[in-house]
Each structure stands twice: as structure tokens, then as C-alpha cells.
Design a protein around this ligand. Structure first.
Ligand SMILES: Cc1ncc(COP(=O)(O)OP(=O)(O)O)c(N)n1
Ligand SMILES: Cc1ncsc1CCOP(=O)(O)O
Length: 227
């Protein structure tokens, strides 16, 4: 029997978007990015993305390998999908589960062509038109935001909860909200149609990442996502 590809696994379990941890090395202190990512998964994150805006492709390749090794050491390997932000080259080099691309990055169609049918390709969308185009180009899921102002990406365009609802209604692929999502704002995702929340600072800026992620996961387990 052949093993399922990351994309096939994801299609069978889109609920893996429930609490999507988007990593950031801005708040490491004495910690390593690999240990922070492992703590997020231990705390209940259901999806992981390596996002390091200042890193070169070579650095991303090393970081991905280090995180994968740490997950393995902690018995967490393969527990959640693990994709790379923006850099298709790095994703190809390490055999990542997939990639997440924004509107000004390599196109979804190109990422799909280079990574193949077995990889997960996520795309950022801020409008219904972008969402429909990404779906048509073969995206597996959409990241929609910024829903709330955030210091993590102050320049991110605002996306209203109303537009989020319209996007969820317009596409058949799953959607995660992103931007300013934390313990105080997660409840706003109720009844929008999203499959989950993508979170950077509320996980990676926390002093105790396991505990912060556990709290967010408990909240997400209780949010009624049905429309
Ligand atoms: C899940 C998810 N959604 C949206 C984004 C934003 O991606 P992008 O538009 O490429 O912006 P940067 O992350 O590169 O600043 C994301 N990374 N993940
Ligand atoms: C990458 C990205 N894209 C839109 S908002 C955002 C940052 C979200 O970070 P945070 O969860 O800390 O608000």
C-alpha cells in the first residue's frame, strides 16, 4: 500500500486547520525556533508553518530541518502538517509538506507545478476575487486577513469579518482567519465559516508556549465554526 501524500492527508482532515501556528523568531530570547515550534505542537497546535521573513533560502532549509529533527526527538513528527511560508525553493529542497504563498509571492499555479500534486499549497486572499482565483489555481486552503490590526505585520491590509464570511461562502476549499487572533478575539470567528485560526504572536511571543497554545486550543475547541 502506498503512503498518502501530505495533500491527501490534509484533504481527509481539513480540521487540521483549527489552530494553525505560524512561527516567528522575533521573541526567541534564549530559546531556539525548533524548541518553540515543538512546544506549540505539544500544546495542541494542529498545523505548523515556518515563517521567517528575514531568512535566506539556505537559512530556511536549515531551520526546517532543525524543527523537523526536534519534532522527531519529541515524538511529534508527522503529527501536524508542516509547510514553509513564501519560499518554494526551500520547500522543494527539504521535501516540506507544502508551502503558503501570498498575493505578491510566487503564484499558486507555479508553486503547484513545481511542488507537484502531493504538496499542500495555501494562499493568502483579501478579497472574494482573489479567493476564487486561488481556488481555481489549485489552492488547498486560504489564509484570510488581517482581521484585526497586528504589530506582527502592521502593513497588512484590513479584511473585515463580513468579507471573511463572503469568502468562506464563495469557495469550497477550507479557510483560516489570520491577524490579531488571540484569546480575546478568537470568538469572533464563530459562525463565519472558517475552519480555524492562524496565530503568530499569541503563541510565539508567549513566555510559556505550551500553556498559551493549550489555552488557545481550548478556546478554538469551543468556538462554533458552523455558519
Ligand atoms: C495561514 C496564513 N495565512 C496568511 C499568511 C500571510 O501570508 P503572506 O500574504 O505571504 O504574507 P507573509 O506571511 O509573507 O508576511 C500566512 N503566512 N499564513
Ligand atoms: C502574516 C500575517 N498576514 C496577515 S496578518 C499576519 C500576521 C499575524 O500575526 P499575529 O497572529 O501576531 O497577529
Amino acid at each position: 500500500m502506498t503512503a498518502l501524500t501530505p495533500r491527501e492527508r490534509f484533504r481527509r482532515a481539513p480540521e487540521s486547520l483549527l489552530l494553525y501556528a505560524v512561527s516567528d523568531d522575533a521573541w526567541l530570547g534564549e530559546r531556539t525556533l525548533a524548541s518553540c515550534c515543538a512546544q506549540a505542537v505539544r500544546g495542541g497546535a494542529t498545523f505548523l508553518q515556518l515563517r521567517a521573513k528575514r531568512a535566506t533560502t539556505k537559512e530556511l532549509i536549515s531551520a526546517y530541518a532543525e524543527i523537523r529533527d526536534e519534532l522527531e526527538r519529541e515524538g511529534l513528527a508527522g503529527k501536524v502538517p508542516f509547510v514553509i511560508d513564501d519560499d518554494v525553493e526551500a520547500a522543494l529542497a527539504v521535501g516540506a509538506d507544502g508551502v503558503h504563498v501570498g498575493q505578491s509571492d510566487e503564484s499558486c499555479a507555479s508553486a503547484r507545478a513545481r511542488l507537484g500534486e502531493g504538496a499542500i499549497v495555501g494562499v493568502s486572499a483579501q478579497t472574494v476575487e482573489q479567493a476564487l482565483a486561488a481556488q481555481a489555481a489549485g489552492a488547498d486552503y486560504l489564509g484570510v486577513g488581517a482581521l484585526f490590526k497586528t504589530a506582527t505585520k502592521p502593513e497588512a491590509a484590513d479584511v473585515s469579518l463580513r468579507t471573511l464570511r463572503e469568502i468562506c461562502a464563495a469557495v469550497s476549499i477550507p479557510v483560516v482567519g489570520i491577524g490579531g487572533l488571540n484569546a480575546s478575539t478568537l470568538a469572533s470567528l464563530a459562525h463565519t465559516g472558517v475552519h480555524g485560526a492562524a496565530v503568530v504572536s499569541a503563541i510565539f511571543a508567549a513566555g510559556d508556549i505550551v500553556s498559551a497554545t493549550r489555552d488557545l486550543r481550548r478556546i478554538m475547541d469551543g468556538v462554533d465554526l458552523l455558519v
